[in-house]
Design a protein around this ligand. Structure first.
Ligand SMILES: *[C@@H]1O[C@H](CO)[C@@H](O)[C@H](O)[C@H]1NC(C)=O
Ligand SMILES: *[C@@H]1O[C@H](CO)[C@@H](O)[C@H](O)[C@H]1NC(C)=O
Ligand SMILES: *[C@@H]1O[C@H](CO)[C@@H](O)[C@H](O)[C@H]1NC(C)=O
Length: 325
Protein backbone atom coordinates (compact mmCIF):
# COMPACT_ATOMS: atom_id res chain seq x y z
CA UNK A 1 0.00 0.00 0.00
CA UNK A 2 2.76 2.38 1.03
CA UNK A 3 4.67 1.51 -2.15
CA UNK A 4 1.61 2.09 -4.27
CA UNK A 5 1.22 5.59 -2.80
CA UNK A 6 4.92 6.28 -3.37
CA UNK A 7 4.69 5.05 -6.94
CA UNK A 8 1.66 7.22 -7.64
CA UNK A 9 3.49 10.26 -6.29
CA UNK A 10 6.64 9.47 -8.16
CA UNK A 11 4.86 9.04 -11.48
CA UNK A 12 2.72 12.14 -10.85
CA UNK A 13 5.82 14.18 -10.02
CA UNK A 14 7.61 12.88 -13.08
CA UNK A 15 4.70 13.88 -15.33
CA UNK A 16 4.46 17.32 -13.79
CA UNK A 17 8.21 17.74 -14.01
CA UNK A 18 8.21 16.71 -17.63
CA UNK A 19 5.41 19.15 -18.30
CA UNK A 20 7.30 21.93 -16.60
CA UNK A 21 10.69 20.96 -17.98
CA UNK A 22 11.21 24.53 -19.15
CA UNK A 23 10.83 25.80 -15.60
CA UNK A 24 13.68 24.45 -13.51
CA UNK A 25 12.44 25.93 -10.23
CA UNK A 26 11.45 22.66 -8.49
CA UNK A 27 14.73 21.01 -9.48
CA UNK A 28 16.81 23.89 -8.24
CA UNK A 29 14.93 23.97 -4.92
CA UNK A 30 17.48 22.28 -2.64
CA UNK A 31 14.85 20.91 -0.26
CA UNK A 32 12.91 19.24 -3.04
CA UNK A 33 16.06 18.03 -4.73
CA UNK A 34 17.34 16.29 -1.60
CA UNK A 35 14.10 14.50 -0.71
CA UNK A 36 13.13 13.61 -4.24
CA UNK A 37 16.44 11.88 -4.80
CA UNK A 38 16.45 10.16 -1.36
CA UNK A 39 16.20 6.35 -1.67
CA UNK A 40 12.82 4.79 -1.06
CA UNK A 41 12.43 2.64 2.12
CA UNK A 42 13.15 -1.11 1.61
CA UNK A 43 10.19 -3.24 0.60
CA UNK A 44 8.71 -5.57 3.26
CA UNK A 45 7.05 -8.15 1.07
CA UNK A 46 6.37 -10.60 3.91
CA UNK A 47 4.36 -8.08 5.86
CA UNK A 48 2.32 -7.22 2.76
CA UNK A 49 1.75 -10.93 2.03
CA UNK A 50 0.19 -11.66 5.42
CA UNK A 51 -1.93 -8.46 5.25
CA UNK A 52 -0.09 -7.08 8.27
CA UNK A 53 -0.80 -3.33 8.44
CA UNK A 54 1.83 -2.40 10.95
CA UNK A 55 4.65 -0.28 9.65
CA UNK A 56 7.93 0.43 11.31
CA UNK A 57 8.69 3.92 12.71
CA UNK A 58 11.60 4.21 10.30
CA UNK A 59 9.37 3.53 7.26
CA UNK A 60 6.71 6.02 8.43
CA UNK A 61 9.32 8.69 8.76
CA UNK A 62 10.57 8.11 5.19
CA UNK A 63 7.07 8.14 3.69
CA UNK A 64 6.19 11.26 5.61
CA UNK A 65 9.34 12.97 4.29
CA UNK A 66 8.65 11.82 0.76
CA UNK A 67 5.02 12.97 0.96
CA UNK A 68 6.17 16.34 2.26
CA UNK A 69 8.55 16.69 -0.64
CA UNK A 70 5.92 15.79 -3.18
CA UNK A 71 3.32 18.01 -1.60
CA UNK A 72 5.77 20.89 -1.88
CA UNK A 73 6.42 19.96 -5.47
CA UNK A 74 2.71 19.92 -6.25
CA UNK A 75 2.02 23.26 -4.63
CA UNK A 76 5.00 24.71 -6.51
CA UNK A 77 3.64 23.30 -9.75
CA UNK A 78 0.16 24.60 -8.99
CA UNK A 79 1.62 28.04 -8.36
CA UNK A 80 3.50 27.84 -11.66
CA UNK A 81 0.33 26.71 -13.41
CA UNK A 82 -1.62 29.62 -11.94
CA UNK A 83 1.04 32.04 -13.15
CA UNK A 84 1.01 30.41 -16.58
CA UNK A 85 -2.77 30.60 -16.68
CA UNK A 86 -2.69 34.26 -15.77
CA UNK A 87 -0.04 34.90 -18.44
CA UNK A 88 -2.10 33.00 -20.95
CA UNK A 89 -5.19 35.06 -20.07
CA UNK A 90 -3.13 38.21 -20.48
CA UNK A 91 -1.80 37.02 -23.82
CA UNK A 92 -5.31 36.11 -24.94
CA UNK A 93 -6.49 39.57 -23.95
CA UNK A 94 -3.65 41.19 -25.87
CA UNK A 95 -4.40 39.01 -28.85
CA UNK A 96 -8.03 40.04 -28.59
CA UNK A 97 -6.99 43.72 -28.37
CA UNK A 98 -4.72 43.27 -31.38
CA UNK A 99 -7.50 41.54 -33.24
CA UNK A 100 -9.96 44.34 -32.42
CA UNK A 101 -7.41 46.95 -33.48
CA UNK A 102 -6.74 45.08 -36.70
CA UNK A 103 -10.46 44.94 -37.42
CA UNK A 104 -10.77 48.70 -37.00
CA UNK A 105 -7.70 49.27 -39.21
CA UNK A 106 -9.31 47.01 -41.80
CA UNK A 107 -12.48 49.15 -41.61
CA UNK A 108 -10.45 52.33 -42.00
CA UNK A 109 -8.58 50.85 -44.94
CA UNK A 110 -11.88 49.95 -46.57
CA UNK A 111 -13.05 53.53 -46.09
CA UNK A 112 -9.84 54.84 -47.63
CA UNK A 113 -10.21 52.46 -50.57
CA UNK A 114 -13.80 53.62 -51.10
CA UNK A 115 -12.61 57.23 -51.08
CA UNK A 116 -9.86 56.41 -53.59
CA UNK A 117 -12.42 54.70 -55.84
CA UNK A 118 -14.68 57.78 -55.66
CA UNK A 119 -11.75 60.07 -56.50
CA UNK A 120 -10.75 57.84 -59.39
CA UNK A 121 -14.27 58.14 -60.77
CA UNK A 122 -14.29 61.92 -60.40
CA UNK A 123 -10.86 62.27 -62.01
CA UNK A 124 -11.89 60.00 -64.89
CA UNK A 125 -15.03 62.05 -65.42
CA UNK A 126 -13.07 65.28 -65.55
CA UNK A 127 -10.17 64.10 -67.61
CA UNK A 128 -10.14 61.73 -70.47
CA UNK A 129 -7.52 60.49 -72.85
CA UNK A 130 -6.07 63.26 -75.01
CA UNK A 131 -7.58 62.81 -78.46
CA UNK A 132 -6.14 64.27 -81.66
CA UNK A 133 -9.18 65.26 -83.74
CA UNK A 134 -6.89 66.07 -86.66
CA UNK A 135 -7.72 69.77 -86.86
CA UNK A 136 -7.94 72.94 -84.81
CA UNK A 137 -11.14 73.05 -82.74
CA UNK A 138 -14.01 75.03 -84.26
CA UNK A 139 -16.65 74.32 -81.59
CA UNK A 140 -17.34 73.15 -78.03
CA UNK A 141 -18.11 69.75 -79.53
CA UNK A 142 -14.58 69.57 -80.95
CA UNK A 143 -13.19 70.68 -77.58
CA UNK A 144 -15.16 67.98 -75.78
CA UNK A 145 -13.94 65.34 -78.23
CA UNK A 146 -10.38 66.53 -77.55
CA UNK A 147 -10.90 65.73 -73.87
CA UNK A 148 -12.02 69.02 -72.34
CA UNK A 149 -14.50 68.52 -69.51
CA UNK A 150 -14.48 71.70 -67.46
CA UNK A 151 -16.86 74.51 -68.37
CA UNK A 152 -15.30 77.81 -69.34
CA UNK A 153 -14.18 80.22 -72.04
CA UNK A 154 -12.32 78.73 -74.99
CA UNK A 155 -10.76 79.97 -78.21
CA UNK A 156 -11.93 78.24 -81.38
CA UNK A 157 -11.25 78.70 -85.07
CA UNK A 158 -14.04 80.38 -87.06
CA UNK A 159 -13.28 80.70 -90.78
CA UNK A 160 -9.90 82.43 -90.71
CA UNK A 161 -10.45 84.13 -87.34
CA UNK A 162 -10.30 83.15 -83.70
CA UNK A 163 -13.47 83.27 -81.63
CA UNK A 164 -14.04 83.11 -77.90
CA UNK A 165 -16.87 80.77 -76.95
CA UNK A 166 -18.24 79.67 -73.61
CA UNK A 167 -18.76 75.93 -73.34
CA UNK A 168 -21.09 74.35 -70.80
CA UNK A 169 -20.18 70.69 -71.11
CA UNK A 170 -22.75 69.79 -68.44
CA UNK A 171 -25.56 70.59 -70.93
CA UNK A 172 -26.59 68.30 -73.76
CA UNK A 173 -25.05 69.23 -77.12
CA UNK A 174 -28.48 70.25 -78.41
CA UNK A 175 -29.01 72.77 -75.60
CA UNK A 176 -28.61 76.40 -76.74
CA UNK A 177 -26.35 77.05 -73.75
CA UNK A 178 -23.98 74.23 -74.62
CA UNK A 179 -22.03 76.76 -76.73
CA UNK A 180 -22.31 80.54 -76.47
CA UNK A 181 -20.38 82.88 -78.75
CA UNK A 182 -18.75 85.70 -76.80
CA UNK A 183 -16.99 87.37 -79.72
CA UNK A 184 -14.14 87.25 -82.14
CA UNK A 185 -10.58 87.63 -80.91
CA UNK A 186 -8.49 90.38 -82.50
CA UNK A 187 -5.22 88.49 -82.46
CA UNK A 188 -2.08 89.54 -84.30
CA UNK A 189 1.19 87.73 -84.71
CA UNK A 190 2.78 91.13 -84.10
CA UNK A 191 1.45 94.70 -84.16
CA UNK A 192 1.96 97.05 -87.14
CA UNK A 193 1.33 100.82 -87.00
CA UNK A 194 3.11 104.03 -87.88
CA UNK A 195 2.71 107.79 -87.82
CA UNK A 196 4.96 109.69 -90.25
CA UNK A 197 5.30 113.47 -90.87
CA UNK A 198 7.20 115.83 -93.17
CA UNK A 199 9.43 118.72 -92.15
CA UNK A 200 10.09 120.19 -95.64
CA UNK A 201 8.17 121.21 -98.77
CA UNK A 202 8.09 118.63 -101.60
CA UNK A 203 7.77 119.56 -105.28
CA UNK A 204 9.26 116.62 -107.28
CA UNK A 205 6.55 115.65 -109.79
CA UNK A 206 6.01 111.85 -110.04
CA UNK A 207 8.29 111.46 -107.03
CA UNK A 208 7.46 109.22 -104.05
CA UNK A 209 6.72 111.48 -101.10
CA UNK A 210 9.36 110.82 -98.41
CA UNK A 211 8.90 111.37 -94.67
CA UNK A 212 11.41 112.86 -92.30
CA UNK A 213 9.69 112.43 -88.93
CA UNK A 214 8.44 109.13 -87.45
CA UNK A 215 6.49 109.50 -84.21
CA UNK A 216 5.79 105.77 -84.24
CA UNK A 217 6.92 102.93 -86.47
CA UNK A 218 5.99 99.68 -84.79
CA UNK A 219 6.64 96.68 -87.03
CA UNK A 220 8.97 98.68 -89.34
CA UNK A 221 6.67 98.33 -92.35
CA UNK A 222 7.69 101.78 -93.66
CA UNK A 223 10.82 103.93 -93.68
CA UNK A 224 11.83 107.43 -94.69
CA UNK A 225 11.53 106.54 -98.44
CA UNK A 226 7.75 106.49 -97.89
CA UNK A 227 7.13 102.99 -99.27
CA UNK A 228 4.98 100.83 -97.03
CA UNK A 229 5.41 97.04 -97.33
CA UNK A 230 2.77 94.84 -95.67
CA UNK A 231 4.62 92.46 -93.32
CA UNK A 232 1.62 90.17 -92.95
CA UNK A 233 -1.71 89.62 -94.75
CA UNK A 234 -4.64 91.48 -93.27
CA UNK A 235 -6.80 94.56 -93.33
CA UNK A 236 -4.88 97.84 -93.15
CA UNK A 237 -6.07 101.40 -92.72
CA UNK A 238 -4.25 104.46 -94.11
CA UNK A 239 -4.83 108.15 -93.73
CA UNK A 240 -3.04 111.02 -95.45
CA UNK A 241 -3.39 114.80 -95.18
CA UNK A 242 -1.27 117.69 -96.34
CA UNK A 243 -1.55 121.32 -97.55
CA UNK A 244 -0.89 122.63 -101.03
CA UNK A 245 2.19 124.76 -101.65
CA UNK A 246 1.96 128.55 -101.26
CA UNK A 247 1.60 129.48 -104.95
CA UNK A 248 0.56 126.16 -106.56
CA UNK A 249 -2.13 123.53 -106.18
CA UNK A 250 -1.37 120.01 -104.98
CA UNK A 251 -2.42 116.71 -106.52
CA UNK A 252 -1.33 113.46 -104.78
CA UNK A 253 -2.06 109.83 -105.76
CA UNK A 254 -2.03 106.89 -103.41
CA UNK A 255 -0.69 103.85 -105.26
CA UNK A 256 -0.58 100.17 -104.56
CA UNK A 257 1.45 97.29 -105.95
CA UNK A 258 0.70 93.59 -105.50
CA UNK A 259 2.03 90.25 -106.71
CA UNK A 260 0.30 90.50 -110.11
CA UNK A 261 -0.18 94.25 -110.73
CA UNK A 262 2.53 96.91 -110.78
CA UNK A 263 1.83 100.33 -109.22
CA UNK A 264 -1.77 101.37 -109.76
CA UNK A 265 -3.82 104.24 -108.38
CA UNK A 266 -6.10 103.71 -105.38
CA UNK A 267 -7.20 107.32 -105.02
CA UNK A 268 -6.29 110.98 -105.35
CA UNK A 269 -6.23 114.05 -103.07
CA UNK A 270 -6.38 117.61 -104.41
CA UNK A 271 -5.86 121.06 -102.95
CA UNK A 272 -6.23 124.55 -104.54
CA UNK A 273 -3.21 126.94 -104.44
CA UNK A 274 -2.56 128.84 -101.19
CA UNK A 275 -2.10 126.17 -98.54
CA UNK A 276 -5.39 124.31 -98.96
CA UNK A 277 -5.80 121.01 -97.12
CA UNK A 278 -5.83 117.82 -99.19
CA UNK A 279 -6.68 114.49 -97.56
CA UNK A 280 -7.65 110.83 -98.19
CA UNK A 281 -8.40 107.70 -96.16
CA UNK A 282 -8.24 104.05 -97.20
CA UNK A 283 -9.00 100.70 -95.72
CA UNK A 284 -7.41 97.92 -97.77
CA UNK A 285 -7.08 94.20 -97.77
CA UNK A 286 -3.40 93.50 -98.36
CA UNK A 287 -1.46 90.34 -98.95
CA UNK A 288 1.97 89.91 -97.48
CA UNK A 289 4.51 92.11 -99.36
CA UNK A 290 1.86 94.26 -101.03
CA UNK A 291 3.10 97.88 -101.15
CA UNK A 292 1.62 101.35 -100.72
CA UNK A 293 3.11 104.75 -101.61
CA UNK A 294 2.14 108.41 -102.23
CA UNK A 295 3.12 110.13 -105.49
CA UNK A 296 3.07 113.88 -106.17
CA UNK A 297 1.33 114.28 -109.55
CA UNK A 298 1.06 118.09 -109.75
CA UNK A 299 2.15 121.23 -107.86
CA UNK A 300 3.67 120.71 -104.44
CA UNK A 301 2.94 120.05 -100.77
CA UNK A 302 4.01 122.66 -98.31
CA UNK A 303 5.76 122.01 -95.00
CA UNK A 304 8.27 123.46 -92.51
CA UNK A 305 9.02 122.99 -88.83
CA UNK A 306 10.95 126.19 -88.13
CA UNK A 307 9.60 129.47 -86.67
CA UNK A 308 6.75 127.64 -84.91
CA UNK A 309 4.93 126.32 -88.04
CA UNK A 310 4.13 122.76 -89.20
CA UNK A 311 4.35 119.97 -89.60
CA UNK A 312 1.28 119.91 -91.88
CA UNK A 313 1.83 116.58 -93.66
CA UNK A 314 0.62 113.44 -91.84
CA UNK A 315 0.62 109.85 -92.94
CA UNK A 316 -0.86 107.20 -90.63
CA UNK A 317 -1.22 103.47 -91.21
CA UNK A 318 -2.14 100.51 -89.06
CA UNK A 319 -2.96 96.85 -89.24
CA UNK A 320 -6.65 96.54 -88.27
CA UNK A 321 -6.92 92.77 -88.47
CA UNK A 322 -4.47 90.12 -89.37
CA UNK A 323 -5.41 87.09 -91.43
CA UNK A 324 -3.58 84.62 -89.25
CA UNK A 325 -4.90 81.55 -91.10
C1 LIG B 1 -12.60 40.00 -27.06
O1 LIG B 1 -13.03 40.42 -25.82
C2 LIG B 1 -14.35 40.92 -25.78
C3 LIG B 1 -14.60 41.42 -24.35
O2 LIG B 1 -13.47 42.03 -23.87
C4 LIG B 1 -15.31 39.83 -26.16
O3 LIG B 1 -16.63 40.33 -26.17
C5 LIG B 1 -14.95 39.31 -27.50
O4 LIG B 1 -15.76 38.23 -27.89
C6 LIG B 1 -13.51 38.90 -27.56
N1 LIG B 1 -13.18 38.55 -28.89
C7 LIG B 1 -12.44 37.52 -29.24
C8 LIG B 1 -12.17 37.33 -30.72
O5 LIG B 1 -12.02 36.77 -28.40
C1 LIG C 1 13.12 101.40 -97.06
O1 LIG C 1 12.13 100.48 -97.47
C2 LIG C 1 12.24 100.08 -98.83
C3 LIG C 1 11.06 99.18 -99.11
O2 LIG C 1 11.04 98.11 -98.25
C4 LIG C 1 13.57 99.40 -99.09
O3 LIG C 1 13.69 99.04 -100.44
C5 LIG C 1 14.69 100.32 -98.66
O4 LIG C 1 15.91 99.66 -98.76
C6 LIG C 1 14.50 100.83 -97.26
N1 LIG C 1 15.50 101.86 -96.97
C7 LIG C 1 16.10 101.93 -95.81
C8 LIG C 1 17.08 103.02 -95.64
O5 LIG C 1 15.88 101.14 -94.92
C1 LIG D 1 -3.70 92.84 -107.48
O1 LIG D 1 -4.58 93.95 -107.59
C2 LIG D 1 -5.44 93.88 -108.68
C3 LIG D 1 -6.21 95.17 -108.75
O2 LIG D 1 -6.96 95.38 -107.56
C4 LIG D 1 -6.31 92.65 -108.58
O3 LIG D 1 -7.15 92.54 -109.70
C5 LIG D 1 -5.49 91.41 -108.43
O4 LIG D 1 -6.30 90.29 -108.19
C6 LIG D 1 -4.51 91.57 -107.32
N1 LIG D 1 -3.62 90.44 -107.26
C7 LIG D 1 -3.58 89.67 -106.21
C8 LIG D 1 -2.62 88.53 -106.29
O5 LIG D 1 -4.32 89.84 -105.25
Amino acid sequence: MKNLIVMVFVSLSANVLMATAQMPTPWTNPYFFYHYNAPLPPQKTNEMDVGNKHLSDYGDQLISDSLGAHSLLISTCVRELRTTKADLAQTTQRLNDTYTEMESIKDELNNVMDTVDDLKKIVNERTSPIVDIGKMPTSCDDLQQMGNRRNGFFSVLAQNKIQTVHCNFAKPKTDQNYQNLIGYVDVKSSPVYFFAQKSTTFTLIDGVIPFEIFRLNVGNAINSTGVFVAPTPGTYSFSFSAISNVNTLARVDMQMKNATSDWFKIGQAFGQPITETLTMQFTLQLAKSDQIRLILKEGGIHDRTDVGFGPWTHFVGLLLEEDIF
